[in-house]
Design a protein around this ligand. Sequence first.
Ligand SMILES: NC(=O)c1ccc[n+]([C@@H]2O[C@H](COP(=O)([O-])OP(=O)(O)OC[C@H]3O[C@@H](n4cnc5c(N)ncnc54)[C@H](O)[C@@H]3O)[C@@H](O)[C@H]2O)c1
Length: 286
Amino acid sequence: MSPRAGSEDAGSGGNTRELGLGETEAGTRPVVRGRFSGRVVVVTGGASGIGAATCRRLAAEGATVVVADIDETAGAAVAAEVGGHFTAVDVTDEAGVVELYASAAAAHGGIDVLVNNAGISPPEDGSILETGLEAWRRVQEVNLTSVYLCCRHGIPHLLARGGGAVVNTASFVAVMGAATSQISYTASKGGVLALSRELGVEFARRGVRVNAICPGPVNTPLLLELFAKDPERAARRLVHVPMGRFGEAEEIAAAIAFLASDDASFLTAAALMVDGGIHAAYVTPL
Ligand SMILES: NC(=O)c1ccc[n+]([C@@H]2O[C@H](COP(=O)([O-])OP(=O)(O)OC[C@H]3O[C@@H](n4cnc5c(N)ncnc54)[C@H](O)[C@@H]3O)[C@@H](O)[C@H]2O)c1
């Protein structure tokens, strides 16, 4: 990231929310102050779930946040909440992605961090025996082609700034198999992982770090609704989680913030598993 680190609020739009030493965010998790002061971040899929939690976390640490999402109502609400800006964009649309970064850079003087997080997992994507070509292609477009587009058109802005950080949201299914298959989703996340690794290596001497985050299953409203209707389905998954619970969006956001921050200055081309230990487990605790 650029050496402007620590420059107090340079061009940040004044959205820094100061926390006292030892004070906690939402009463639970300590927040490291100011790691993103003076930094401009663009978060795709920022209207909901992990993306929204990431917008809140980065704004709490001083970032100027550009919330990018196809959902205008929810996206604008998150942007208002974090004192940031909202840009409506479909991340599969190349012209829209180009404009997203051009307008963010013009409004805020540049871009320091890309969080490429938008993604879908529709019910039409299941076993390979049932998943049609249209569903396959749609998931590849939204989950993988979008990350290609965001890196292709976002990274030049980081280079123009003298460096920066990219965090791409993959998934634990990029490195593990599931008998409850969502074949296109899994393949798309494997692609995100390989793409991130390669870009991390390519740009390692040009000041741009590129990492992937691999969340385990996260408590989202959709997931909770599904499992409330079908407790057996939840139990089948929970038995594989050493920690015995699903993650919270805030826990994934904290790891994204770490990867995007200077605390991760020697980390690039990596995949950070944030999954309660799933990927490492053979037998889990009773
Ligand atoms: N929730 C989980 O358990 C989990 C686990 C591993 C990985 N992930 C990944 O984390 C990321 C975020 O997931 P989430 O659970 O927060 O989902 P979510 O549905 O709560 O949020 C995804 C956001 O992406 C936006 N989006 C979808 N298509 C878009 C498009 N074409 N253009 C712009 N925005 C678009 C949606 O409007 C939404 O705001 C995804 O990439 C997902 O695959 C989630």
